[in-house]
Design a protein around this ligand. Sequence first.
Ligand code: XIL
Length: 466
Amino acid sequence: MKKTHAFAGLVLSTALLGAGLANAFAADETLRSLADKNGIYIGAILNSQWFSGGLPGNYEQIHKQQFNIVVAENEMKFDATEPQEGRFNYNNGDKMVKYAKQNGMRVRGHALAWHSQVPGWVNNYKNDKKKLLAVLKNHIEKVVSHWKGQVAEWDVVNEAISNNEPQWRTGSVWYQGIGPEFIDSAFVWTHAVDPDAELCYNDYNLEQGINPKAKAGFLLEQVKRWVANGIPIHCVGSQTHVEDTTTDKHFIGSPDSLRSLAKELAKLNVKLKITELDIGFKSGINVSQRDLQRQGQTFRQYLDIILEEPNADTYLIWGVSDKWSWLGGLNRQKGLIYDDNLKPKPAFDSILVRLQTYEPPKDTAKKDTVVQDSSKKDSTKKDTTDAIKPFIAPSSLSLHVAGRTLFVTGFTSKTAKVDIFDMQGRPVFSTENNKGVFDLTTIAEGLYVVRVQSGFSNLTQKVSIK
Ligand code: XIL
């Protein structure tokens, strides 16, 4: 490892002297070929302008040469896919899926349940819980089944946590109309339609610590609950829209904080992905070459998390060139890895060198679970990670519900303890006996999570009580 770092340092100081780093390595080495070698996904959005043919040819050339995963900037969002109630438009999304297939890229779907970019007609139902549930369920079912087997991972829920204090984002139309159970339901519905897709919760400001006062701390508690309840969540997407350290006076985010989130998620068998990275400078300031080099270092530090943490596999940048970037609206500039003329910036070099010099420790688990060479196989297909499998503890226990009776078999210890939770994780029933037969007449109709414990074995399963 030491040798690796020394080498990277040497090469980087060459860059400071002005030598084009991209030329220092074999010409055919791209971010993509090196990402393949390292067993990770590296990508950038397809900007909205691409869909209407409004970008120069070398944009697409660069995009397919350098990246092995793709996501649409706006084209798979709710307002794009269901602009009018019940009328779906998949044209642009299809265009991207075709492009990904032709170029052997993995497809990320963004985003199913989000408070933003929701068409006006949804708001007509804002006080009608039943209708809103039906609207969201129908939207998810139609969109996910349309791209089933083609979209390898979905942002099922985007930005559901408030930015100011750790609690749900209460202003969201879904939260107001349905309550927090829209989140659990969205995951369950998506999984039911495409059990092979990886399902993520995606949000920003997750690089600001994991203490309970921080957004990631609140999220972590929710992920624990989802996992305990068998809600099919497989990944957390950290958008990672951050500002350069020297101009952000309130800077509290850091790659180290994000790494600690990755480590906590690993304990829950949940992945961390960086899904929307940009590292902008304040608009209007003069950005020097030195600033761009520091920016490159920060890009590299975030990449290190993806390379080094076994449960992290994706590094996605929210744009290709500074010329087509949403950052202006955030009062930021120059946050990407290609400049206005589509020339690679120091950040590109920094990423390239890191991928070039990284030496994985022996026996890393992740290398088997992600694509090895995306150009040689259809990487839009799901990799080997099994949905919800990790959350079911191995045991001989089994359970089934018949009418209002729960039967538990296969318990080896004297008794079996049964706990039943509603979909929000609230306990509704708890008892223990040695017969394995439990009367459920006191429980209202609905979807529940049953947990059975007996000795060291336990089993968690969703059941519908009718
Ligand atoms: C942004 C797009 O880049 C813009 O073109 C659009 O006007 C607004 O949305 N978090 C997300 C992304 O999850 O969908 C957002 O994308 C950026 C912030």
